[in-house]
Design a protein around this ligand. Sequence first.
Ligand SMILES: CC(C)(COP(=O)(O)OP(=O)(O)OC[C@H]1O[C@@H](n2cnc3c(N)ncnc32)[C@H](O)[C@@H]1OP(=O)(O)O)[C@@H](O)C(=O)NCCC(=O)NCCS
Length: 196
Amino acid sequence: MAILKNLKCIIADFLFLICGKEAKDKILKDIYRYLKWNRKIGSRKSSIIRLNFLLLSKPEFRSVFYFRTKRHKLLTACSGILLPRAKSVEISGDIDGGLFVSHYHSVICPEKTGKNFRVGPGAAIFGDNGAPTFGDNVYVASNSAVIGNIRIGSNVIIGAGSVVTHDLDANAVYVGNPVRCVKKIDADEKLLDEIM
Ligand SMILES: CC(C)(COP(=O)(O)OP(=O)(O)OC[C@H]1O[C@@H](n2cnc3c(N)ncnc32)[C@H](O)[C@@H]1OP(=O)(O)O)[C@@H](O)C(=O)NCCC(=O)NCCS
């Protein structure tokens, strides 16, 4: 039965193997982010088995995977028939490794992000005349909107339901509409590590 299940992943595995070093590195970093929140994946040692587990069990991960492999249009489309992506997750832009999309219904269209970008359900990141640019280790929590040609620093948490339309400094927690800073994050702060 497990073999039959994994057969579904064959095209996706092939995609992973041929997608090129840069995309592969990013996918491995994405997988690593999902490990933290799912012990079942952590107990699987091989990268390809972890990949298959995520492909089979997490449509939102599939959206990330197909975003990384989008250059191979035909294979991505074929794989998508067997393992459909989460339709309500839209991803574009220059996104570094360690992308963690939790759950569904998000529009993730930044200009650029650093490593370890996390997005909660219902978040919207976009801009009509230039999209936001993010540093490393940023969490945009559920139902938040980050809009426009703005810059968000590294080590930033944007709390649930916030609306951000201007630049935010690094190392802080922001909440609300209009967004305000409620906390600074020190270098040794556990909060970021716990929530990312
Ligand atoms: C932003 C967040 C991480 C802050 O957590 P925290 O550091 O423990 O912050 P605190 O609970 O100490 O709150 C600090 C202040 O911000 C306010 N606050 C916290 N989150 C807020 C939010 N989302 N919107 C408005 N105000 C918020 C608190 O009321 C408090 O205000 P006060 O000082 O006037 O009493 C957390 O509130 C949050 O939004 N987490 C996201 C949860 C989520 O989306 N989960 C989905 C998982 S899939």
